[in-house]
Design a protein around this ligand. Structure first.
Ligand SMILES: CC(C)(COP(=O)(O)OP(=O)(O)OC[C@H]1O[C@@H](n2cnc3c(N)ncnc32)[C@H](O)[C@@H]1OP(=O)(O)O)[C@@H](O)C(=O)NCCC(=O)NCCS
Length: 203
């Protein structure tokens, strides 16, 4: 339990919960907005990904038992989603589905070189500026350290000034900007900055 400015926050690994909350599944799948050109709108992303959420890669923050924030992570090349091709073909047909599935796999592989990679940190609007995301981040740091990692990495959209301020506050340093010019001409990826934070074990 973490004391914050609002209600105390409890952060748990979602796989440790007895029940899967469909609202949380919807929330998590909505978070891949930067890949909308491959995965479609929020409803479509939910249909494609909801059945393949890896709950052991999701950290959930709760206040008074209600989920108020989440983050997810990739470790050992396993991230929050492992969809097969079938829902893509069902959604977009054999050709379109195969193409989109291939692009999704490539986009996920793009992150192969990260050891511990943080995805989609999100806090409900009504719970912001109370330390919820900071509590999630602290548990993610602990998780990464316990798995033997000495750094944690993520991408943030250049235009997301609030998130950039949040990560700067938590000592993340910019590494590079992606995509490079040639790639942004062929793929509509939003421009993101890679950030890295070194971790040191608790004394
Ligand atoms: C960014 C986000 C996760 C922050 O969550 P949060 O729970 O409000 O963050 P915290 O309360 O732990 O903030 C800690 C510090 O981060 C900084 N910060 C957080 N939100 C900020 C904002 N909107 N503008 C400027 N600084 C901000 C501040 O320094 C803040 O400390 P302070 O409140 O004492 O000033 C939240 O605004 C959010 O969900 N945004 C939409 C989704 C998103 O953009 N996610 C990031 C994807 S990479």
């Amino acid at each position: 339990m973490t004391e914050t400015r609002g209600e105390p926050v409890q952060v748990v690994l979602a796989s440790s919960l007895a029940q899967r909350d469909p609202e949380v599944a919807r929330w998590i799948t909505a978070g891949r907005g930067s890949l909308a050109f491959i995965l479609g709108d929020e409803d479509c992303r939910h249909r494609l990904l909801a059945q393949s959420i890896n709950w052991d890669r999701v950290l959930l923050a709760c206040q008074e038992g209600a989920p108020v924030g989440y983050t997810s992570f990739k470790h050992q090349r396993r991230g929050p989603f492992s969809p097969g091709i079938r829902p893509f073909i069902h959604e977009f047909g054999r050709l379109g589905g195969s193409l989109r599935y291939g692009l999704f796999v490539i986009s996920e592989c793009r992150e192969w070189y990260y050891g511990f990679y943080l995805y989609g940190l999100h806090v409900r609007k009504t719970a912001r500026r109370q330390g919820v995301a900071s509590a999630l981040l602290q548990v993610a740091f602990d998780q990464a350290l316990s798995l033997g990692h000495t750094k944690i990495e993520l991408e943030v959209q250049v235009k997301n000034l609030a998130a950039r301020a949040f990560y700067a506050r938590h000592a993340f340093m910019p590494i590079r900007t992606f995509p490079t010019n040639w790639l942004s001409r062929v793929m509509p990826f939003p421009t993101v900055i890679n950030l890295r934070r070194r971790l040191s074990p608790h004394p």
